[in-house]
Design a protein around this ligand. Structure first.
Ligand SMILES: *[C@@H]1O[C@H](CO)[C@@H](O)[C@H](O)[C@H]1NC(C)=O
Ligand SMILES: *[C@@H]1O[C@H](CO)[C@@H](O)[C@H](O)[C@H]1NC(C)=O
Ligand SMILES: *[C@@H]1O[C@H](CO)[C@@H](O)[C@H](O)[C@H]1NC(C)=O
Ligand SMILES: *[C@@H]1O[C@H](CO)[C@@H](O)[C@H](O)[C@H]1NC(C)=O
Length: 505
């Protein structure tokens, strides 16, 4: 009962008491799978802080992202809309991409800022850089930014140190582009970035941001899209060699330690009880990296595919005293975070077609929530093929299936890039409650309600498709090497002269 009361209080905060609006901390892992965490069964991951969040928060078992790759998944997280609307498809943005998340899209930061929220992002943006930094987070509602504007493997890494004292990064990463920059607001302060000390810089940034907001009694939104545990893994002195899981485990441990530092600052500044901390990951594990990729546990395949392993993610909502600890099996998604934060803050929703629904019934009552279905787009959505799969209730229908380069190397032949596009008419149908691994196609013979379920899903799919207006593809605008971020404005030709070490940091 006291939980309900606390929840109601949180919702009934009068508008004049700005200082009591809840704070939001959004933790976003990179390429971390359903089976990668200790609390979800991984035997050698070391994540004491995430375990603590899971034990004292609400853990989601059926939480989905909207894409099995980075940029589109992030676009949906920040806008509450499928990536097809904002044009963040096909694939991902590159350092020299002309496009980016359109500036007229409304992000969570832009929803909260007009209510007096301080807003900050640290880590991996990956929603565009563009001409002179047109698409940086500072143009999308974030007051503060420290981070890498895209994936940290999007630049040569063979000479860089990923683990102290001087263990070189594993592999080569992308060649022929500028080395990876570290940015503070719109300024490049390091190129190439120093991986070994990066999380310490994030910790200091987060500490300063939270302390400043707490002292000013200003509500805040901190978004931490981490580079962990994307390839090539890295970690600093505190985490190297400390997990039982090798480089991947050390990278995960470093992410976990930074989360621990954030929680400690929330506690020390007295704002923990007024802060909703939400954790999830952008897409499934990159199985092609083998032991340096993640693990999707009992789910099928991983990154790049519309099987469960590509798009179902671990998730936790933590708010001590307000969200009762437990487990929810309610269907929910990164799409739902914007409407949820908006509702809790008392902010109006953007006047656009949203795909998210607010989750307060799930968070405060452990109720069923409002989400009826989830639609699975491939990495290259098109009006011709539309969604590859649909989940409704416990059922999932696959209209198309395909493997992916990112998910190669597992014994399951359906995951590899050689599993070419295949249409299923009628769709494959799985009961994800009794068969979460998508092994056993429900048939007319063994499942009498087959036609009823199939028809219901078909109707939902048709209604969704009728509501979908594809935005112009931003990634289709292509790349221009002269747009790549460079610490040396005079540099020509790029990329060779874009190496400055640390400048003004
Ligand atoms: C943003 O602008 C583009 C181009 O004018 C338009 O097509 C799109 O619908 C707009 N998006 C939003 C969310 O307003
Ligand atoms: C970037 O800004 C500089 C200085 O204002 C300008 O000279 C240059 O043309 C701009 N580049 C692009 C691609 O817009
Ligand atoms: C890496 O180091 C080697 C040897 O010093 C050098 O030849 C090469 O250009 C470096 N590559 C990059 C991308 O910095
Ligand atoms: C799945 O089950 C449906 C309904 O019985 C059937 O029509 C379809 O051929 C099956 N697909 C596969 C690949 O087994």
């Amino acid at each position: 009962m006291e939980w309900v009361t606390a929840a109601l209080l949180a919702l009934l905060v009068p508008d004049c008491l700005a200082a009591t609006r809840p704070n939001f901390v959004l933790l976003f892992a990179d390429d971390l799978g359903y089976g990668d965490l200790g609390f979800s069964g991984h035997p050698s991951s070391l994540t004491p802080n995430l375990d603590r969040l899971a034990a004292n928060g609400l853990r989601f078992t059926d939480f989905y992202v909207t894409s099995p790759v980075c940029s589109p998944s992030r676009a949906s997280l920040l806008t509450g809309r499928y990536q097809t609307r904002s044009g963040i498809y096909p694939g991902v943005l590159y350092p020299g991409s002309r496009g980016g998340l359109p500036l007229n899209e409304t992000t969570i930061a832009e929803v909260l800022k007009p209510l007096g929220y301080a807003t900050a992002i640290m880590g991996k943006w990956h929603l565009g850089y563009g001409a002179n930094g047109t698409y940086l987070p500072t143009r999308q509602g974030f007051d503060h930014y420290l981070g890498i504007p895209y994936s940290h493997d999007m630049g040569p890494c063979q000479n860089l140190t990923c683990f102290p004292p001087d263990v070189k990064c594993f592999g080569y990463c992308d060649q022929g582009v500028v080395t990876v920059p570290l940015m503070s607001l719109d300024t490049i302060i390091q190129q190439p970035v120093d991986f070994v000390n990066l999380d310490d810089a994030y910790r200091d940034f987060a500490t300063r941001f939270i302390r400043t907001a707490a002292e000013a009694q200003q509500p805040f939104f901190l978004y931490y899209p981490s580079h962990h545990t994307h390839y090539p893994q890295f970690a600093g002195w505190k985490s190297v060699g400390r997990s039982l899981r090798g480089p991947f485990g050390d990278s995960l441990l470093e992410f976990d330690s930074t989360i621990g530092d954030i929680l400690q600052t929330l506690d020390e500044t007295g704002v923990l009880k007024n802060t909703l901390v939400f954790f999830t990951s952008d897409n499934g594990p990159e199985l092609m990296r083998m032991s340096r990729g993640g693990n999707s546990g009992l789910l099928k395949c991983g990154k790049g595919t519309t099987y469960e392993g590509g798009m179902r993610e671990p998730a936790i909502a933590y708010w001590p005293g307000v969200i009762k600890p437990g487990v929810t099996h309610s269907l929910s998604s990164t799409l739902d975070i914007l409407p949820t934060f908006a509702k809790l803050a008392g902010a109006p929703l953007p006047k656009v077609q949203l795909d998210g629904v607010e989750m307060t019934d799930i968070l405060f009552n452990h109720g069923p929530g409002k989400r009826e279905a989830m639609f699975f787009y491939p990495t290259d959505p098109s009006e011709k093929y539309s969604v590859f799969a649909v989940r409704w209730g416990k059922y999932k229908a696959h209209y198309y299936t395909r493997g992916a380069t990112h998910s190669g190397t597992t014994p399951d032949k359906d995951c590899s890039v050689f599993a070419f596009l295949r249409q299923h008419d009628p769709p494959l149908l799985f009961d994800l409650e009794s068969d979460p691994s998508e092994n056993y196609n429900l048939t007319l013979k063994n499942f009498p309600e087959w036609a009823t379920v199939q028809n219901k899903i078909q109707d939902l799919k048709a209604a969704f498709e009728a509501s979908m207006e594809f935005g112009e593809s931003e990634i289709g605008k292509g790349t221009d090497p002269t747009l790549e971020p460079c610490c040396n404005p005079e540099c020509s030709p790029k990329p060779k002269c874009c190496q400055c070490g640390t400048v003004g940091y």
